[in-house]
Design a protein around this ligand. Structure first.
Ligand SMILES: C[S@@+](CC[C@H](N)C(=O)[O-])C[C@H]1O[C@@H](n2cnc3c(N)ncnc32)[C@H](O)[C@@H]1O
Length: 188
């Protein structure tokens, strides 16, 4: 495998280094449940994952996947917007993952939106423990995606360096709008 892996894989590599057994984590965009399962394995039996999605179809699919993997008891699945995460989750949280855009295999008109994404990032950063990590995998190829990407970069580049380390991981020479990653580490 290449060293410069794709954005989603790099997000997983980073989260794996930070999140440990017994911690809380948030999947802000549960979708088909890949990240929910990934986080649930890392937090272990004593940990808890809070997974959000506005589509009932996604929540049902994630529920099935978790049952197949025997991981349901460590995940709270919420059919709510991630911008409400502070109403459900009490910190501290070790990692928060966002995978923006539309649900693969679902309705492509239901996409994450800049205003709610940024509200959720702001709330998520409050919930993170020192040394915790928030990741956003950002897709720009669909209508509205480029604007959301710009809003994310603009917001995240303004975070104070005293409080956060902010990384932008982006392939410069790949065609067809590959997703990019923004990773935010809370200073410890
Ligand atoms: C790219 S998909 C996520 C893929 C997922 N991480 C996976 O592993 O399959 C984006 C998801 O965000 C959801 N979404 C859109 N707006 C949302 C919001 N405000 N709060 C929570 N989820 C939202 C969509 O319904 C969609 O399922």
């Amino acid at each position: 495998m290449a060293v410069l892996v794709k954005s989603l894989d790099f997000a997983h590599q980073l989260v794996r280094q930070v999140l440990g057994p017994g911690e809380q984590a948030v999947d802000a965009t549960a979708g088909n449940g890949h990240d929910t399962v990934f986080l649930a394995k890392l937090v272990g039996e004593e940990g808890r994952v809070w997974a959000f999605d506005i589509q009932e179809q996604a929540i049902k699919r994630v529920q099935e996947r978790l049952e197949e993997e025997g991981l349901s008891s460590r995940v709270s699945l919420l059919n709510r917007g991630h911008e409400e995460m502070d109403a459900y989750v009490q910190g501290p949280v070790g990692a928060i993952m966002f995978n923006l855009g539309y649900l693969p295999g679902g309705d492509r008109s239901i996409i994450t939106q800049p205003a709610t994404t940024l509200a959720a990032v702001e709330r998520g950063l409050e919930l993170l423990r020192p040394g915790g990590l928030l990741t956003l995998v950002v897709y720009t190829g669909h209508p509205g995606g480029a604007q959301e990407g710009e809003a994310v970069l603009d917001y995240c580049s303004r975070l104070h360096q005293r409080d956060y380390r902010v990384l932008h991981y982006h392939f410069l020479n790949q065609r067809n709008n590959p997703p990019f990653l923004v990773a935010i580490e809370k200073e410890g």
